[in-house]
Design a protein. Structure first.
Length: 558
């Protein structure tokens, strides 16, 4: 491992590391546009020039394409370097429109930020001499291109070619006529198209979903995990709740990928990127619902749980635990499933309990990130061993038995059975079941027929942990309180359990998670704090081999 010196500070770096990444080990950021650690190096923007001294000889080099070598002395902040960056910025601003007040990228634009740090000069180019290019182009269903703002870094072009394996964007023409455009006859319409907006260092590529919704400096950022499939991509939730004049309901403004080398690297799929809309959807269940004559009274959560506890007690006394079915969900968190297990399996001895029903192999899978299994916590459900016991039934058999009236009480968590059953089957379930309790986040066909409906907090409104398909346990964080009276699932089970004689007094998600290790070997050495930002593997799951997120398909030519 070579030793070198960066701005007077010694550092040892892995062999083969370039100067930009070497500097980051000392928290020194070298300005750049074209370089990205997940893409090939092209060295076209020239913004990353630094002074390099080797054996007493000084030279100027681009940091992205210069490997760190033993004995190097790197200077990133000299007068020579400052003048070089200043001149490069003037070159980029020669034809760049000065439309920062209306640009959606203002506040997180590298051209704007670098100008404030290295530029601050009067333009020597008259306005009439600026080159005008295509503006506000729909390059695909989700992305808008303003070619005048483009600095021709080619990150978006390389991403489509190298990561996705498509060829939808290209740089055409020569000299001052160079321009980013769609490849003729193609649209930017792949499953990862939103990443080009993340990659764009200026405001050339913007997201239609976020465009003109909020200024970036108003938003707050919370680290979280996508629950759209069993991959568990790391994301940032960018949210804002104080300025409601544009949209009084929308709290989550966008999702951005959060780097995790072992899970998703720098990327997320569009399905996950836009999944946040469900958090503030108009059909959210925000208060308890009782589908019996209630004289207009909206019950509290505790009132519904009290009634549910009474029905469960009466039914067990008369018909036994076999008369109850619990259709759980692998979309529930580890904490949710732990309390569900404690209440229905350990305390009530219900045998007809299954949490692996549904989701599996329902999605589109690829070799990049997307998984066919849409359940974010199936591995966690399997680890917690929640399954039918004795003569209990599970999966499709459990659903069929419920439809045929084999159970007095059916408790459903999260599943929208109206999309899985025909109208006739749903009506038969209602007719043949004495009491249906439904825990849901959104209105659907089942909320219309269930006796009692309790509102569930969603992933973006709560702390929780999920175990991805590899066995990595990762946590979400809470940016804002749940909508209305919605509650995390585990809290509902704890409250219901208390009414049924179960002893549990967890005060937080952290307490519940830390208790998992006392009962399940996979969680034995894990604590809430030890998960950190990137998660930890289950104790009985080996660390997977690092796989570079990159398509193996041949690149098309044009």
């Amino acid at each position: 491992m070579p030793w070198l010196e960066i701005d007077g500070k010694p550092v040892e770096v892995p062999a083969g590391l370039n100067i930009i990444e070497a500097a980051r080990l000392l928290n020194v950021e070298i300005p750049h546009y074209c370089y990205h650690a997940g893409l090939t190096v092209v060295g076209s923007c020239r913004m990353c020039q630094v002074e390099v001294e080797v054996g007493g000889r000084k030279s100027v080099a681009i940091a992205c394409n210069t490997k760190a070598a033993d004995g190097m002395k790197i200077t990133t902040k000299s007068e020579v370097v400052h003048k070089l960056r200043r001149s490069i910025l003037e070159f980029y601003l020669q034809h760049h429109p000065l439309d920062c007040p209306i640009c959606d990228d203002a506040g997180e634009c590298d051209l704007q930020n670098y100008y404030m740090e290295h530029g601050l000069h009067e333009s020597r180019v008259a306005l009439a001499e600026k080159k005008h290019k295509h503006k506000v182009m729909d390059v695909g269903p989700t992305v808008v291109l303003d070619s005048e703002r483009c600095v021709l870094c080619s990150r978006c072009v390389r991403f489509c070619r190298e990561i996705v394996g498509s060829d939808e964007l290209g740089i055409f023409n020569h000299g001052r006529d160079n321009e980013l455009l769609n490849v003729p006859g193609k649209q930017l319409d792949n499953d990862y198209a939103g990443n080009v907006v993340d990659l764009c260092p200026v405001g050339a590529l913007t997201d239609k979903d976020f465009r003109f919704k909020r200024r970036v400096w108003y938003m707050k950022r919370t680290a979280s995990v996508c629950t759209g499939c069993s991959r568990g991509c790391n994301v940032f939730v960018d949210w804002e709740v104080d300025r409601r004049y544009k949209d009084s309901v929308r709290r989550v403004q966008r999702l951005k990928p959060r780097y995790n080398r072992m899970v998703n690297e720098w990327w997320i799929c569009d399905q996950g990127r836009y999944s946040y809309h469900s958090v503030d959807a108009p059909n959210r269940v925000s208060v308890p619902r009782v589908n019996v004559q209630g004289n207009g009274h909206v019950p509290t959560v505790d009132e519904v749980l009290t009634r549910a506890a009474a029905r469960i007690e009466q039914t067990m006394e008369k018909h036994g635990a076999d008369s109850i079915a619990v259709i759980g969900s692998a979309a529930s968190s580890n904490e949710d499933l732990f309390l569900l297990n404690r209440l229905f399996v350990d305390k009530l001895k219900v045998q007809n309990v299954d949490v692996t029903f549904g989701f599996e192999k329902k999605g589109k899978e690829d070799e990049i990130l997307k998984r066919a299994d849409l359940a974010p916590n199936r591995r966690g459900a399997l680890e917690l061993k929640i399954a039918p016991s004795g003569d209990g039934q599970g999966g499709d058999d459990l659903i069929s038995a419920a439809i045929e009236g084999e159970f007095e009480i059916v408790i459903v968590i999260r599943h929208d059975l109206s999309t899985l059953l025909s109208e006739k089957e749903l009506a038969k379930l209602r007719k043949n079941t004495s009491y249906i309790l439904y825990l849901a986040s959104h209105e659907n066909g089942l909320t219309e027929i269930a006796d009692d409906v309790l509102p569930l907090a969603m992933w973006a409104e709560r702390e929780a942990t999920y175990t991805n398909f590899q066995g990595r346990v990762q946590k979400t964080n809470i940016p804002f309180t749940p909508r209305g009276l919605a509650v995390p699932e585990w809290e509902l089970w704890q409250t219901l359990g208390a009414k049924l004689g179960m002893k549990a007094s967890y005060e937080s998600t952290r307490d519940v998670f830390n208790a998992l290790g006392t009962s399940f070997d996979g969680f034995k050495d894990l604590t809430w704090d030890s998960l950190g930002a990137g998660g930890k593997m289950l104790g009985n799951a080996p660390e997977p081999a690092y796989r570079r997120v990159q398509t193996s398909r041949p690149l098309p030519a044009y």
